[in-house]
Design a protein around this ligand. Structure first.
Ligand SMILES: *Cc1c(COP(=O)(O)O)cnc(C)c1O
Length: 368
């Protein structure tokens, strides 16, 4: 049997191959590779798509988050040592963005059913030093709730969205990336809107923030050879922007296909050893990952791998147990740790076939 890849990037690129080749050639032949027309067009289209006033292309998703926080520091909204609330089970980039700015991440447990930050546990984590909440739309599911928004108003906190895994996700008709004060997006090849290399963006409707972010991403300069800040060199390049312009048009259709696969998995995986994801709102999940849980995770993973299905774990070790954050290693977050012990991500993308999904389901249902 042909192995089933977790993510077949070659097949995904082939899907848009003619348009991508055309776009890439256009850029190559233009002789203009940075800060040009393609990036300008993408920024405009992506802001429109997300529903914000501004979009600023940057080099990757980590930079997007890092630069948003740095901008808030330069604006005097945040200061070194201030606290940012963040889910304990996020990908480490969300946390690195905070600590790189000498801000302090305050980890809050996720909900065991949705894997999103548990909004009932946020208020008790707020202190006089708290300046923001970074919600992460993990696995492609919307983490925003009215409660999070109310807490931000009540305590005057900035709401930052880590939208790296949720391009195209909507809540009551609004797109994630427009729900908070600012959002970081990633166009890493494996994300729902993937470039052919690194890429990222910041979206916001705050004009002052947008200006600061653009300046910071350009070495701290808004006027040639004049430097207001010790900034970053963080750009979305013209080639990637041109490719993203091609793929953005198909994002909704691609996410729709992911949902079809997810629905199929949900309806056909019947093994009682497996806990399926809970989907209350189909608009509010774009299935960057389809994550199941089992106390027999390692056994199930071995079975899938032995049968040629590439399933992965997102993520095997939580941030607070990483060497990078040694000072937290003694901390205990039981829900987070349970998730990291029990999860498996099944193959899902816009190019998984019905037949492949059926094979995955059959293997899982044979675990007895
Ligand atoms: C991928 C990812 C990032 C970082 O994006 P890069 O483009 O890889 O820098 C940040 N947060 C989350 C949740 C991610 O999944």
């Amino acid at each position: 049997m042909k192995p089933i890849k977790f993510l077949d990037l070659q097949k995904i690129t082939r899907k848009y191959s003619a348009e991508i080749h055309q776009a890439a050639l256009r850029v190559i032949d233009s002789g203009w590779y940075l800060l040009g027309e393609e990036t300008g067009v993408f920024e405009k289209k992506y802001a429109q798509y997300i529903g914000t006033q501004y979009c600023i292309g940057v080099a990757n998703g980590l930079d997007a988050l890092r630069i948003i926080l740095r901008a808030y520091i330069e604006m005097g909204v945040m200061n070194e040592g201030d606290e940012i609330i963040v889910p304990a089970n996020t990908f480490i980039a969300s946390i690195i963005a905070i600590t790189d700015n000498r801000l302090v991440p305050v980890l809050v447990e996720p909900d065991i059913e949705t894997y999103q930050i548990d909004d009932t546990k946020i208020e008790s984590a707020i202190t006089p030093k708290t300046k923001g909440i970074m919600i992460v739309h993990l696995y492609g599911q919307c983490a925003y709730t009215d409660k999070v928004s109310e807490l931000c108003k009540k305590y005057r906190l900035k709401l930052i969205e880590d939208n790296a895994q949720a391009s195209g996700c909507r809540l009551n008709g609004r797109t994630t990336g427009s729900l908070g004060d600012a959002a970081g997006h990633s166009f890493y090849p494996g994300k729902n809107l993937g470039a052919l290399g690194d890429g990222g963006a910041i979206t916001t409707s705050d004009r002052l923030l947008a200006e600061k972010v653009r300046t910071l991403a350009n070495y701290g300069s808004s006027m040639k050879y004049v430097f207001e800040y010790r900034g970053y060199n963080s750009r979305l390049d013209e080639l990637q922007a041109a490719i993203l312009n091609v793929k953005l048009v198909r994002l909704d259709e691609d996410n729709q296909r992911r949902k079809e696969i997810a629905r199929y998995y949900l309806e056909h995986i019947t093994n009682p050893e497996v806990v399926l994801p809970v989907v209350n709102d189909w608009e509010a999940h774009v299935f960057h990952l389809f994550v199941i849980r089992s106390v027999r995770r390692d056994e199930l993973l071995r079975l899938l791998n032995d049968k040629g299905v590439q399933a992965l774990i997102h993520y095997p070790v939580p941030p607070h147990k990483q060497k990078a954050y040694e000072g937290w290693n003694h901390l205990h977050f039981p829900v987070t740790e349970q998730i990291h012990r029990e999860v498996i991500s099944l193959p899902i993308s816009q190019v998984i076939t019905d037949k492949e999904a059926e094979t995955v389901v059959n293997i899982i249902n044979t675990l007895s």
